[in-house]
Design a protein around this ligand. Structure first.
Ligand code: FPP
Length: 239
């Protein structure tokens, strides 16, 4: 457990790109949907562990704006898992005082899933523990475009002067408004790219990629990522 190491700096905001469910299943000659099922189980377990380590905000990339391009049966299986694991997690996360919120465009989901998303947020709204941000139908370009439209409307309505726009005017119109930028972004499954995840917010995030596939990413893998984070020298553009 990393919080036993008092000299370790625990990142305040961690983002995770949960990749590799499909390959995990393929290695076992199982359908991709089974990989997602194990991935969803892992989501519950690792979220609880990360909250116990003292992380304040955890953002998990569960479904991107591009994931709709997947075969209909895979999208269907993912939606079913979201429903099931959101219900199951409500109890777990209550015990851990984890506050659940969602980022992304929820209007594209089935109304029953939207109801569950709203309900999950509602029951958790007064919790004081870690903030769990679940990114669903989230894409950072879409998020930035949405912010640009809001700014455009505010200029039109004379609420903003184009010459006075600040970075804060942009960040406060993103889904992550008022949250600290991510300190550490972990990607499982071995790729080295952000795949449209928190593009604006990650300007100075430390990026950690591991070959470990998401269903196999356990407590000690998270500890390794934090250890590596502690070895980095963050300069934020300074010297
Ligand atoms: C990427 O693996 C994973 C996803 C697109 C889905 C992630 C979703 C979960 C882990 C479930 C989370 C559940 C909740 C309730 C939030 P991939 O299919 O791209 O794997 P591959 O690169 O090996 O094909």
């Amino acid at each position: 457990m990393i919080n036993n190491h008092s000299d370790w700096h625990i990142p305040e905001h961690v983002g995770i790109i949960m990749d590799g469910n499909g390959r995990w299943a393929k290695k076992r000659a199982l359908p991709r949907s089974v990989g997602h099922k194990y991935g969803a189980q892992n989501f519950r377990k690792i979220t609880r562990y990360i909250s116990k380590q003292g992380v304040k905000v955890l953002t998990l990339y569960a479904f991107s704006t591009e994931n709709w391009k997947r075969p209909a049966d895979e999208v269907g299986a993912l939606m079913k898992l979201f429903r099931q694991y959101l219900v199951d997690s409500l109890t777990d996360f209550r015990e851990d005082d984890i506050k659940v919120v969602f980022i992304g465009d929820r209007s594209a989901f089935d109304p029953k899933l939207v109801e569950l998303i709203n309900e999950s947020e509602e029951v958790a709204k007064d919790r004081k523990g870690m903030l769990l941000n679940i990114a669903m139908n989230y894409g950072s370009r879409d998020e930035i475009l949405r912010a640009v439209k809001m700014i455009g409307r505010d200029i039109r309505d004379h609420k903003l002067d184009p010459d006075q726009i600040t970075e804060e005017d942009i960040s406060s119109r993103l889904y992550t408004a008022h949250l600290p930028d991510p300190d550490l972004i972990i990607r499982t499954g071995g790729e080295f790219r952000l795949s449209n995840f928190m593009l604006y917010q990650s300007a100075y995030s430390e990026f950690y990629s591991t070959e470990t596939l998401w269903p196999d990413f356990h407590e000690d893998d998270f500890d390794k990522a934090v250890m590596e984070f502690n070895r980095r020298n963050r300069r934020f553009g300074g010297v």
